[in-house]
Structure formats: C-alpha cells, structure tokens
Design a binder for this molecule. Sequence first.
Ligand code: MN3
Length: 249
Amino acid sequence: MKSNRKEFIRNSTLLGLGVLGLGANAKDIFVSTFTKLDGSLMPNNGRFELAPLGYDYYALEPFIDAQTMEIHYSKHHQTYVNKLNEAIDKEPSLRGKSLDELLLNLSGLPSAVKTAIRNHGGGHWNHSFFWKSMKTGTQMGPNFTKLAIASFGSIETFKSTFEKVSLGVFGSGWAWLILQNNQLKISATSNQDNPLMDAGKTPEMIPKVILGIDLWEHAYYLKHQNKRGAYVTNFWNVVNWDEIELLLK
Ligand code: MN3
C-alpha cells in the first residue's frame, strides 16, 4: 500500500512536470524528428494504425527475404499496434497523445499500462522507424559522411562499432545510431525499448534517432537462422541513406 502511494505521488509529480514544461508549442516538444517527417505515429481518432509499408515485401531481396518481411510487418508489427491500442483503451486519459509523448514520459505513465506501452508502444515506434530506414541502392550522403567521420574517425570505424554493438546485444533488442549534441553515438536497448524512452523533458535532451536495427530473431531467422552476424553485415545493403540525410536536416 505504502509503495503504491509512493509510486502514485512520483507519477503525479512526473506528469505534473510534463504539463508544466508544455506551453504553447507542446506538440513540438514531444515529437521526434522521425515523427515530424513521417506522421504515422500520431493517433487517428485516438487509435494507432499500421501505416502502409511503402514498398513490396520482396523489395529488400536478396538481403532481407520477402517471407520475413511479410510476417514481420503484417503479423509482428500489427500485433504491437493492436496491443498498444488495447492499453490505451484501459487508460482513456492517454487517448490522443502521440506515441513520442507516451514514450518520452514512460516512467510517468499509470502503472497499470506502463509495461504494455513500453513493450507494444516501443514495438510500434521501432518498427515504423525500421521500415523507413530500409531501401536498396541508396548511397551514403554528404551530411552523414561528415558527421560519421567527425564522430568516429572514419566510416569503417562507424560500421565496425555498429556491428560490434549489434552482435553484443544478448537476446532480443535493438542497436541504435543517435545524434546528440552534434555527436553520433551508438547504443543498444533490450526488447522493444528505444532511445526516446524517458529521454528528457526538453527538445535538447531528446536524441535524434538516425538508424536502428532489429536484433530479434524474427527479423532474420528464416534466412540466416542463428547467424546474426550475416544479417548485420547484410543490413548495410538495405540502409536507406536518403532517409538518413532527411533526418539530419
Ligand atoms: Mn521486429
């Protein structure tokens, strides 16, 4: 009972701070660069929806196979969307909030739905971002090249660090490339967590997510079985460098 009350007070305080920090441009504060560009993570009449993939299931062949894409998008991603909506239905006060707002204030969410929004809201955000991150045949752009060399010393070091972090994730998770204070950084999260979760209350504290790789086995098992390294190496062939240049603008 005591700890429930403590949790309640803590949540109220966090929510209070969130509200105090809002002001006229509230929506801007809580929307990431990706969501600004894409818009598919804003609820439509209070419901989150699975946006069209934007390309055919076979578009990333031979690097990512059509069957994996079909199951991943139409089954896995759809399930995250459905379960996220179920969680919002249980807590009508959250209806209409953007997914970014929910994730940035994760620790302040009501405890009855916090875990569901973390897992399924995270899953919806991460996969929406992931689909946009992939396209074959694009070339690394000038803005990214400059930043990567400034941050890592060379493109080779950037790539090898990203691969090493991806291989180091134990179990299911993601590896990320984020931009913060003009520095590119590589990090990893477990399950469906992502760098936006509880990132902060001001725009400066919110990292720009530049790239993410899904390291759950469902992302590669049909083609690569247990060989995560082969999947990660192949990933460079499907990185949508055009999208990355847009995110860096
Ligand atoms: Mn996945």
